[in-house]
Design a protein. Structure first.
Length: 240
C-alpha cells in the first residue's frame, strides 16, 4: 500500500461532530510531521484528509493540530499526572501543567488535496477513556499562524478494537493498574460520532504488528463554523 496516496474511506458527506478538547490541550506551535520525540510505543503513521462537508472539496491550507497520550497514558505538559486515576476530562485548563515537555503534539498545514500526515505512536489510554487522538482544525488565510482566521472544528479520533487489543499486549503498554474502556464503553465515543470518528487502521507489516500501523480518515467540517470547544484566545492562553 502507498501510504501517501491511499484513498480514505468515503465520509465526505458527513459533518464530523465536535468533541471535547479535554484538559490536556495546549498550543505548542510546533509545525512538524513526526511528533513522537522518541516515545516508546508501536509506530503509527496517520493520513487525515480535511474536506468541506457541504461540497466535498478539500480544505487547503488548514492548520491541523493533533495531541495524544503516550503508551502509559501520560500527556506532555502533564507528565506527572497519574494516568491511572480519573480526572475532570471536560474543561480546558482544569488541571495545572506539571512540565514543559512537548512529545506527541504538533501541527501540519493541509496540502492541495486537503491532506495532512503525521508520524507518531499508537496511543495508550488513561483512566475513564478509550484510546483516542485529539484534533483541532483552524482555518487560515495562509500558511502562517499570524493569518489565522478561526477554529472551525475540534474532535477526537478512535481506533478499531482489534488493533487496540493487539497494541495493548505489547511490552510498552502492559502493566497498568487500571483497565481501559472499550469504544462502546466510552460515552464520548457513542455520543460524538462513534464509527464515523474511528480511524481505518491497517498493519504495516505482514508478519507482525511490531512494524506499526497506518491509520486514515476523511474529516468533513463546516469551514464557516466557529468551534464551541476551543476559542481563538485559548491558543494564546495555552501557548508554550
Amino acid at each position: 500500500m502507498d501510504y501517501n496516496t491511499a484513498t480514505p474511506r468515503e465520509t465526505v458527506c458527513l459533518l464530523s461532530p465536535e468533541q471535547i478538547a479535554g484538559p490536556y490541550f495546549r498550543n505548542s506551535k510546533l509545525i512538524r510531521r513526526n511528533i513522537s520525540e522518541g516515545q516508546d510505543g508501536i509506530p503509527l503513521v496517520m493520513r487525515l484528509a480535511i474536506v468541506d462537508a457541504m461540497t466535498g472539496e478539500p480544505v487547503i491550507g488548514a492548520l491541523v493540530d493533533i495531541w495524544h497520550c503516550n503508551a502509559r497514558g501520560a500527556y506532555s505538559g502533564w507528565s506527572k499526572v497519574d494516568p491511572d486515576k480519573e480526572v475532570d476530562a471536560d474543561t480546558i485548563g482544569s488541571i495545572p501543567r506539571t512540565d514543559d515537555h512537548t512529545y506527541l503534539r504538533g501541527g501540519q498545514f493541509s496540502d492541495n488535496k486537503g491532506v495532512v500526515r503525521f508520524t507518531t505512536i499508537y496511543p495508550g489510554f488513561y483512566a475513564g477513556r478509550a484510546l483516542h487522538i485529539h484534533v483541532a482544525v483552524r482555518i487560515t488565510a495562509g500558511n502562517n499562524y499570524l493569518e489565522e482566521r478561526h477554529v472551525a472544528w475540534v474532535g477526537q479520533l478512535y481506533f478499531p478494537e482489534v488493533a487496540s487489543r493487539s497494541v495493548l499486549n505489547a511490552r510498552e503498554y502492559r502493566g497498568r493498574t487500571v483497565s481501559r474502556l472499550t469504544n462502546d464503553q466510552d460515552h464520548y465515543y457513542e455520543r460524538m460520532g462513534g464509527e464515523a470518528s474511528t480511524l481505518d487502521v491497517h498493519s504495516i507489516g505482514r508478519e507482525s504488528h511490531d512494524d506499526g500501523f497506518f491509520g486514515q480518515l476523511t474529516i468533513g467540517i463546516d469551514t464557516f463554523a466557529v468551534s464551541s470547544q476551543i476559542r481563538p484566545e485559548d491558543f494564546d492562553k495555552y501557548t508554550v
